[in-house]
Design a protein around this ligand. Structure first.
Ligand code: SF4
Length: 120
């Protein structure tokens, strides 16, 4: 059983062009790239004085692409996302992000993606 799982994993990694012998390296280009742009939704940066639902709003681009998007196309979520316009740039979320994300900038980008998705 274990052997077949490993063989499946190896076959999948080969299919996607990944080197199954190497393990993720913290210094790799891709991990650095990902670390700078993706919110993990940890919540350490809460509370937000503008009451922005940061854990979801900061991942909205991913949510729209990887979840049933219809649940976010509601007046409720439209209002929640537009709270981003009330961000005072107090810096609390940025200072408390364990991954060093520029959360306010990420939120503005997510609002822009949300709006574009909403229009189309
Ligand atoms: S910088 Fe903006 S999003 Fe971050 S905690 Fe302050 S008001 Fe909220």
């Amino acid at each position: 059983m274990c052997f077949s799982l490993n063989r499946d994993r190896k076959s999948q990694m080969t299919t996607y062009g990944l080197d199954c012998k190497s393990s993720p390296n913290k210094d790799s280009y891709h991990l650095k790239e990902l670390a700078g742009n993706i919110c993990r939704g940890c919540g350490y940066y809460l509370p937000c004085s503008a009451n922005i639902p940061i854990p979801m709003a900061a991942r909205m681009g991913l949510c729209l692409r990887r979840m049933p998007y219809q649940q976010f196309m509601t007046p409720h979520w439209h209002e929640m996302m537009h709270r981003i316009e009330s961000c005072t740039d107090c810096g609390h979320c940025r200072a408390n992000c364990p991954y060093g994300l520029d959360t306010p900038a990420l939120l503005r980008r997510m609002l822009s993606e949300y709006e574009e998705f909403f229009r189309n």
